[in-house]
Design a protein around this ligand. Structure first.
Ligand code: ADP
Ligand code: IPE
Length: 253
């Protein structure tokens, strides 16, 4: 089984609220359909311009407090369900048996980390050859009442329990650079990252989950190889699935 993260940066334009890059999702679905059911998948998508702006607007990460925040909790989840519906619809068009699984119904957090999770349904879906589709979501929290759980954290949890062959992170740049390639034209693509502290990277303007830094922290917790590739480029996912050199590989010592 392979876990693929459809980063918010490829499924939506993070600078335009509620934008959906249907064409990108369609070509990713084509590449998955070419190897399914020989290859099993769990898909996890990010919040992109559906989740992050609302999570920020309502201050979800600050926990429960004002009544406004509980409305925000529900509204942010609704926005994620809307995005998930769009993604699953594209997968179904390609005859892939994608099935939505809402992480806010599976996980409880404390201090921003998962302290309770139940993957029975995900495991049973996989056993029946479905493709579970999870997503960065709101989550109940033991300490502050409510919080946000990133798709990257969900992947770490899934990988520890489900032991995938590898995790492939699809994003809108060619891999991990020594610094943000969108801000620094001289940034250099790193083929193998052995130490996350060697990578500089700022968080996007409305990201509430820590951007590239949190992504690398999570990748270094994985019990399997991880690849960071450009999901906007057709054929890249196929190359990574075949084990060809593309993008950046994370190597734990
Ligand atoms: P996603 O939404 O796809 O999960 P993020 O938006 O959190 O991913 O992170 C990808 C973005 O991180 C890229 O668009 C890139 O501009 C930015 N970034 C910042 N620093 C780096 C870096 N050192 N290497 C690669 N990307 C970086
Ligand atoms: C964020 O999930 C979820 C919400 C803001 C509700 P991610 O952190 O996985 O999203 P992206 O990939 O950065 O968009």
């Amino acid at each position: 089984m392979i876990i693929v993260k459809l980063g918010g940066s490829i499924i939506s334009d993070k600078t335009t609220p509620f934008s959906f890059n249907e064409g990108v999702v369609r070509h990713i679905a084509d590449e998955i359909a070419a190897v399914y059911p020989r290859q099993k998948f769990v898909l996890v998508h990010g919040g992109g311009s559906y989740g992050h702006p609302l999570a920020r607007k309502y201050g979800i990460r600050e926990g429960l407090g004002k009544r406004d925040r509980s409305m925000g909790f529900t509204r942010t989840h609704q926005a994620m369900l809307e995005l998930n519906h769009k993604i699953v619809s594209v997968l179904l068009e390609k005859e892939l048996p994608a099935f939505p699984v809402a992480p806010s119904s599976l996980f409880i957090l404390r201090d921003g980390e998962v302290v309770h999770g139940d993957l029975t349904v995900v495991q049973e879906l996989l056993a029946r050859e479905f493709i579970p589709v999870l997503f960065g979501d709101v989550a109940l929290a033991e300490d502050r009442g409510i919080d946000i759980l990133s798709g990257d954290q969900i992947i770490t949890y899934l990988a520890r329990k489900l032991e995938p062959e590898k995790v492939i992170f699809l994003m809108d740049v060619d891999g991990i650079y020594d610094k943000d390639p969108k801000k620094h034209p001289d940034a250099r693509l790193v083929e193998v990252v052995e130490d996350p502290s060697s990578i500089a990277g700022e968080t996007g303007t409305f990201d509430v989950t820590g951007g590239i830094h949190n992504k690398l922290v999570q990748a270094f917790k994985l019990p399997c190889p991880a690849w960071f590739i450009n999901g906007m480029v057709k054929g890249n996912l196929t190359r990574a699935l075949r084990g060809e050199q593309v993008g950046t590989r994370v190597k734990r010592n």
